[in-house]
Write a protein that binds this ligand. Structure first.
Ligand code: PMT
Length: 226
């Protein structure tokens, strides 16, 4: 694809991106969260916009400016993210870059939990959150291209291809995460992208650059699927 073709490669397409962490409240002052900064998802939203798409960005609690020309919906919890994502359908493309909490407290205390005299432990009961990505992929208004992310600390290809098949995705972008490897929070990243019958490595490079490459690949795959 030439540079001029790439410039408008997603013109006329509606791209829905999720980004950032979700915070699952325990009580009015505490929550369960994770280290996602939203940088990867925000870079993807900006890259899709740069390719001419109409972009909706569903953002967990992050401190980042909204990319120009992008519609942003702020949410806090996995349940709120699910509602916002499903409410933003139909779309041509969904990219699930958010680090959605897999578990949430069974109940949220209405008051700050107190230390109990004589007890050194606190037991929190956590229940599974809905899998937004799997729900989008099996939705009656399924986007033509559903792109998942996989954050793995080891056996990246095996787990990523497992998620590709189990969640019936079109593409999965896997990154190695961990204290040393990064993925979370940093300004750079590397992605191994898998689909049925193919794979491509993007980066290591700035998240903005990796995002531009992933969105170009999305446009290419979308072209092939329509
Ligand atoms: O935000 P940054 O600091 O820039 O970091 C970027 C990142 C590391 C968060 C990002 O690149 C990334 O890997 N995002 C996905 C993180 C993740 O939650 O991966 P997972 O392997 O646990 O989840 C797999 C997929 O299912 C993801 O697309 C996730 O959005 C989705 N999911 C997971 C659970 C759930 N309840 N609903 C979901 O939709």
């Amino acid at each position: 694809m030439s540079a001029s073709q790439a410039a408008g490669a997603l013109a006329g397409k509606r791209v829905l991106v999720s980004a950032g962490p979700t915070f699952e409240d325990i009580d009015p002052v505490r929550f369960v969260g994770n280290r996602s900064s939203g940088k990867m998802g925000f870079a993807l939203a900006a890259a899709a916009r740069a390719l001419g798409a109409e972009v909706v960005l569903v953002a967990g609690p992050v401190h980042l400016p909204t990319p120009e020309g992008v519609e942003r919906i702020d949410v806090r919890s996995a349940a709120q993210m699910r509602e916002a994502v499903l409410g933003a359908l139909p779309a041509d493309v969904y990219v699930g870059a958010a680090a959605v909490a897999d578990f949430t407290p069974r109940s949220v205390s209405g008051h700050k939990l107190k230390k109990t005299a004589g007890s050194d432990t606190l037991v929190l009961e956590l229940v599974r959150t809905p899998d937004i990505l799997a729900e989008v992929a099996s939705h009656p208004r399924r986007p033509a291209l559903v792109v998942g992310f996989a954050a793995e600390t080891h056996d990246v290809e095996r787990y990523a291809r497992g998620k590709l098949a189990a969640k019936q995705l079109d593409l999965i972008a896997a990154n190695l995460v961990g204290a040393a490897e990064g993925g979370f929070e940093r300004d750079d990243n590397a992605l191994d992208v898998y689909w049925n019958g193919g794979a491509r490595t993007l980066g290591p490079a700035a998240k903005t650059e990796v995002a531009a490459q992933l969105m170009a690949l999305v446009a290419e795959r979308l072209d092939g699927s329509t």
